[in-house]
Design a protein around this ligand. Sequence first.
Ligand SMILES: Nc1nc2c(ncn2[C@@H]2O[C@H](COP(=O)(O)OP(=O)(O)OP(=O)(O)O)[C@@H](O)[C@H]2O)c(=O)[nH]1
Ligand SMILES: [Mg+2]
Length: 170
Amino acid sequence: MKKIILMGRSESGKTTLRQALKGNVISYHKTQYINHFDVVIDTPGEYAQTAHLGRALALYAYEADVVGLLLSATEPYSLYPPCVAACCTRPVIGIVTQIDHKNADPEQAESWLQLAGCSPIFRVSSYSGEGIWQILNYLKEPGDQLPWETQQEAEQPREILSDKCGPVLS
Ligand SMILES: Nc1nc2c(ncn2[C@@H]2O[C@H](COP(=O)(O)OP(=O)(O)OP(=O)(O)O)[C@@H](O)[C@H]2O)c(=O)[nH]1
Ligand SMILES: [Mg+2]
């Protein structure tokens, strides 16, 4: 799998998405440091919100194959400047999170990620699992095997998939 680094402000859903991508049981965990010993690098939201800490994100982007910028569908604003993706030497994808939320406005979040230069853009809910398999398919490399072969199999509820196949990423 390509290694992805997740960036976004605090509460945008990075840690929950990491758990969903790995097929883990979802539990709350406040991120206080960068965990980079994995195919999903999780970062603290404060690093995206504080200029001098942001330098750590720039450095850790070199540890990854893909940068994922997260924006919750519930956000009333975006942290990302126009065309910020052009500063990065890696592909920068956009991830609209929390699309299941009752106040979600995924179109608005997606348009902000487009403005930031992200491509492609995924819409996900780590709670329902919607959109998770599309990200995993994007990260798949030749030789990687995912627990599904068709879209129909991929869209089965995640508990069924993980019963059948165990965690997706190790
Ligand atoms: N409704 C809904 N809530 C979500 C989803 N993903 C995350 N949340 C909630 O959003 C809150 C923040 O999630 P985290 O994954 O901890 O956010 P984070 O970006 O890792 O935050 P920091 O570690 O502070 O940077 C938690 O209360 C989650 O339960 C989702 O897909 N849907
Ligand atoms: Mg976190």
